[in-house]
Design a protein around this ligand. Structure first.
Ligand code: SAT
Ligand code: MN
Length: 580
């Protein structure tokens, strides 16, 4: 097959000439094709069948043990000018990167099938959506792309109509960490990824396209591509308020996206529009409108349970691909925190032995269509998206950062996002639990210089008549005994309620140098077991520690030198002065 798009055909031919596959398959996105991909992977052992009675259509993939997370040190932004990539990215000159990648790709698909995967990020007929084509030699990637994106014929028709598309070339290569690179060429709308089959490195529609390339495009075109979940929160009167929230990887975005309000919130409901990526566009009405470019979830499995996220558990009983989870004697998927039962095989297929560490890899994942989610919002298909009333930033901070605060205005809100920090997690290779700055949860994903990115954010103040309010939350405060002070999960509804009230202009707050905080009595504690003293602590601002934090924020901002927009340092100085 060929397309009606000459440039696409030509590129596919060039890639085939470079990589020498045994055959080329253009994906149409049909169920029959998906079934065929699954059959193929079952036959070669890339997939294992899970219990088809309790989990019909569910399969397990065990990845190479050296290929289980994103590799930030091997991920590059290749712009002509190094300064355009900024201190926040690894950089290579485009010509050097191409030379290196061409060497790796030469002949790498011999004996393999080359899949041509057209996909659309966003509702297929939304003007806000963008398309791409991923060429890959991995059936696992092709199958996961069908769950994660609008993949196949409809996307190809749109590409033929639009003309433009992002070119993504991927090969698992030898799965050798020493021969692994994830390269982005934003000026060429191109991605090249070699040597990894893992989600964020290999499903190129996700972080590579929908964040790194899209953030670059968004700056040129006047919108934002963000690492945010999107939810609609419905009150008992049936009014829905949409919010988008940015948290680093593996910090609970999926859980918040499908939250079930506690029993003391009758009539409230949370609708899931997206759990990871959000494209924000200024609307003609002066509000900010959001679409979820994805069509599925690539969620962290460990910790997902009936208590923490019943909606997620309910959607994982059919048609899901699990990666690096453990299995029970009954051949069901299992991970730490799921149940008291013990697994029989760990994520590497060994007999389970606690001496080998966790049974499921800490970054084990599930892939499933968003439509399987019980709280799925049909607005996820709305071509114009949903109007956003609040943007929420959050990180994992064991100390210092209050449960919730609100910024004074947009400029302050941008500083709050730019100053975000969080403990590292297993979603990327490297040490976990170390606090690092992760501005807007985009540290691994912004496709250009953060200084320019913040300037772009600040610019929305002049372009939007109705700016969303900006909040910061922290579900992860710990006490002296190392215990979480806030119950989190469904109980986060109590914080969302205050946020919504603030958006609708009817809630009190306390002024502090770092922002508006709720008074303890503004957070509804009915039906939850929290000591009032703990809440007071969660809502307090320790001036001395915050002064030290502001000093660190200054150092963080100074890295960006001349390019840093003045407004951010003004905000830093104002807060630092207020704290004294
Ligand atoms: O691996 S992904 O990048 O797709 C998930 C994440 O780390 O957020
Ligand atoms: Mn993510």
């Amino acid at each position: 097959m060929q397309s009606k798009h000459d440039q696409l055909n030509q590129w596919v031919n060039e890639v085939a000439a470079l990589t020498s596959p045994a055959q080329v398959h253009w994906c149409d996105g049909s169920q029959a094709e998906y079934d065929q991909l699954i059959r193929l992977m079952l036959d070669c052992g890339d997939l294992l069948e899970l219990n088809q009675t309790t989990h019909p259509g569910c399969y397990l993939h065990r990845s190479d043990p050296q290929d289980v997370a994103r590799v930030e040190h091997l991920t590059f932004i290749c712009t002509t000018e190094e300064q355009d990539a900024g201190p926040n990215n690894n950089w290579l000159a485009p010509a050097d990167a191409h030379r290196r990648m061409d060497e790796l790709f030469a002949g790498c698909m011999q004996g393999r099938t080359m899949y041509v995967v057209p996909y659309c990020m966003g509702p297929i007929d939304s003007p806000l959506s963008r398309c791409g084509v991923e060429i890959t030699d991995s059936a696992y990637v092709a199958a996961n792309m069908r769950l994660m994106t609008r993949m196949g014929s409809a996307a190809l028709r749109r590409i033929e109509r639009d003309g433009v598309f992002v070119k993504g070339l991927h090969s698992i290569g030898e799965l050798d960490p020493a021969r692994r690179f994830i390269m982005h060429f934003p000026q060429e709308l191109q991605i090249q990824s070699y040597g990894s089959g893992y989600g964020g490195n290999a499903l190129l529609g996700k972080k590579c396209h929908a964040l790194r390339i899209a953030s670059y495009q968004a700056r040129q075109e006047g919108w934002l591509a963000e690492h945010m979940l999107i939810v609609g929160i419905e009150n008992p009167q049936g009014e829905k308020t949409y919010v988008a929230a940015a948290f680093p990887s593996a910090c609970g975005k999926t859980n918040l996206a499908m939250l079930i309000p506690p029993a003391s919130y009758p009539g409230w409901k949370v609708w899931t529009v997206g759990d990871d990526i959000c494209w924000l566009h200024p609307g003609e009405d002066g509000r900010l409108w959001a679409i979820n470019p994805e069509a599925g979830f690539f969620g962290v499995a460990p910790g997902t349970s009936e208590a923490t996220n019943p909606n997620a558990l309910a959607m994982l009983n059919k048609d899901a691909i699990f990666t690096n989870v453990a299995v029970t004697a009954n051949n069901e998927p299992w991970w730490e925190g799921k149940s008291d039962e013990l697994p029989v095989k760990d994520w590497q297929g060994r007999d389970y032995d606690p001496a080998n560490g966790p049974a499921a890899h800490p970054n084990s994942r599930f892939t499933v269509s968003i439509k399987h989610c019980p709280s799925y919002s049909p607005q996820a298909e709305a071509p114009s998206g949903v109007p956003i009333s609040a943007l929420i930033f959050g990180g994992r901070r064991a100390s210092l950062v209050p449960l919730v605060f609100e910024s004074f205005d947009w400029q302050h809100g941008v500083l709050v996002g730019a100053a975000m920090a969080s403990e590292t997690t297993a979603a990327a290779t490297g040490a976990t639990g170390i606090v690092r700055r992760d501005p807007m949860a985009m540290q691994p994903f912004c496709g250009y210089n953060f200084a320019d990115y913040w300037a772009h954010w600040l610019g929305f103040a002049d372009r939007l008549e109705h700016l969303p309010k900006v909040f910061h939350v922290n579900w992860f405060r710990k006490d002296e005994q190392g215990q979480f002070m806030w119950p989190g999960f469904g109980e986060n509804m109590r914080v969302l309620e205050w946020i919504i009230q603030r958006c609708h202009g009817h809630s009190e707050s306390l002024h502090s140098p770092i922002g508006h905080l709720p008074r303890p009595e503004d957070i509804n504690l009915e039906g939850v077991d929290i000591e009032p003293s703990a809440l007071t602590q969660l809502l307090s601002v320790d001036r001395q520690s915050w002064a030290a934090e502001l000093a660190q924020i200054k150092v963080h901002l100074e890295q960006f030198g001349e390019r840093l927009p003045a407004g951010l340092m003004d905000q830093q100085q104002r807060i630092a002065a207020d704290l004294n």
